[in-house]
Write a protein that binds this ligand. Sequence first.
Ligand SMILES: [Mg+2]
Length: 241
Amino acid sequence: MTGVTLAQMGIRAISFDLDETLWPLEPVIVDAEVAFYQWLEAHCPRLTARYNVEQLRARRMEVVQNNPSLRSDVTRSRAEGLRLALADCGYSGAEAEPAMAVFQHARNQVVPFNDVSSSLADLSFHYRLASLTNGNADVTATPLGHYFDCILAATLELPAKPAPDMFRQACLELGVQPEALLHIGDNPQADIEGAREFGCRTGWINRTEMKWPDDFAAADIVLNDLFDLVALAPPLPGVGG
Ligand SMILES: [Mg+2]
């Protein structure tokens, strides 16, 4: 971690990636896939007789391959894949909406890393905060939603990071120039390269002691967790005299 403070960097707002930055992704996706498939077993037995979990996932991948623009919208590609599979099995497709609701509910049962909630509380005292995700978590359905002034998720109209669109929209909504926005994320390309290309400052959160990939320019700051970020922010009033 570098010693430069956020004030020295001229930071006025901070945006955060969600998956693997504020919470681990894999456990919640595994649980959501199970809940989704169990709902289908109960309500669409012809579908689950024909498709196991992997085969259903393959059907969804086909949708993305045939329509690459859906890559930016994971919820829509999942729903489209399900509709095709339902049609294959003689269902009307009306089952897709309640099945997707089951998936989405389980998808939002995220468990933030231990450093996250108190750090966002501290940072929100000094900075306006944004969340920028390429995934399909609804941060307002998590215990962290109230920390954010701006909440963005990739869609067909708002392409996924590293495209500049979400960074541009965050700057607009937060009322800051790109160079005053610090974007924090785990993905060297989507988060760090994307934010830097748009002119934002960058913080790589490296929770798993990964090696930085040589083919990307380094982030402005490197963090093990959000406590490291709080340490670079001004002290809270009444703390440290
Ligand atoms: Mg991420």
